[in-house]
Each structure stands twice: as C-alpha cells, then as structure tokens.
Design a protein around this ligand. Sequence first.
Ligand code: 5GP
Length: 199
Amino acid sequence: MKKGLLLVISGPSGAGKGTICKRLLETDEHIKVSVSATTRLPRIGEVEAENYFFIDKNKFLEMKDNNEFLEHAKVYDNYYGTPRQFVIDNINRGDDVLLEIDIDGALQIKDRFEDAVFVFILPPSLKELKNRIVSRGTESKHDIDKRFSLAQGEIRQVIKYDYAVLNDDLVKAIDDIKAIITAEKCKVMRVYEDIKKLI
Ligand code: 5GP
C-alpha cells in the first residue's frame, strides 16, 4: 500500500488556512486533517475534538513527556501539538494528512519527514490580513495586535517552504493546493516502486 502524503500548511493568522483545510476535506474523503492539542481556551463556536483537543498545561506536558506529539510549539503564548498516532495511522493507510501548524512546528516536521510537503498560505495584502483577523471577531484587541505584529516576520519565512499559495480567491487557492497534491504524487521518487515493476 502506497503511503499517503503529509502536507504541512502554515501562514500568518488570518491568511485563511483553516477555511482552506476545511474545504479540502470536503472535496476528498482520502484527505484527513490532524486535530491538534492546545492549551488555548476554546473560542465561541469551537468544538472539542473537532477544532482542537483543549487540554491544560499539565496534560500537555505529560503528553509531551510521553512522546505523544509529532511536533509541538508555543505560539502566541499558548502551547500547540500534533498528536502522533493519528498522523502515522492515516499515512500508513494511504490517506493524505494535512497539518495546519506554525512555522516552528513545520521545521520540526521537516527534520523528521523528508518527503513531507510544505505549503505557505499568503494573504493578498497586510491590510486585508488585518481586516480578516478583526472581522473574525474571535480575538481580543491584545491578541489581534499580537498576531498582526508577528505577521510580516512569519511571511518572510515563506522561503523555507516548497510552495506559496496566494489566498485572494478561496476557490483558486484550493485548486492550487489540489494541483500541488497531484503534482507531488507524480514525482518519480513517489512512484518508483510502480516504475520498477515495468523495468
Ligand atoms: P489558533 O489559535 O488561531 O487556532 O492557532 C494559532 C497558530 O497555531 C496557527 O498558526 C496555527 O497554525 C498554529 N497551530 C495550530 N495547531 C498547531 C500544532 O499542533 N502545532 C503547531 N506547531 N502549531 C499549531
């Protein structure tokens, strides 16, 4: 059984990563999204085990000590981590797994999974980015300012990624990511076992 693709998606707060991941899931039953654990408090409307596993700091540290995270990082004052087992199980089953994680976490994945694919989502402009964070209405003024002030530094790190997707049109951004998945699956190194049967 061919392994699934591990697709890491990052980008500044407000770039639209969450919406893009949600839509991608709806388009293909073999795309799965990893649900992270976080010490952040749930926002209004967020659902346990759907958006995140909301846990306290002690539980987070316990999971970290038990090596239950594939990667973990402190982002905007809270801890976030990717539960290992879900990702491994789904990839081994041949499904593609999306990780919507920050840059620190993405770099940890880069060290551990040489064939993971790294996609950075860019907003059309900084003005639009701020509009999106504000109009989401889920963060306090302090959190909005913090997220926005870090955005430019985050965008500079796009150079560490394989692909950049501009999210000025959601449908186009999703099509771009689907095209990336298709192209990645045609890479010679990924189909080498099939090729060997022909020669
Ligand atoms: P938010 O609080 O807006 O849901 O997420 C804040 C940031 O944390 C986003 O950049 C998001 O991609 C990142 N994040 C979410 N889950 C994880 C995770 O499991 N690991 C890491 N490293 N970052 C995460």
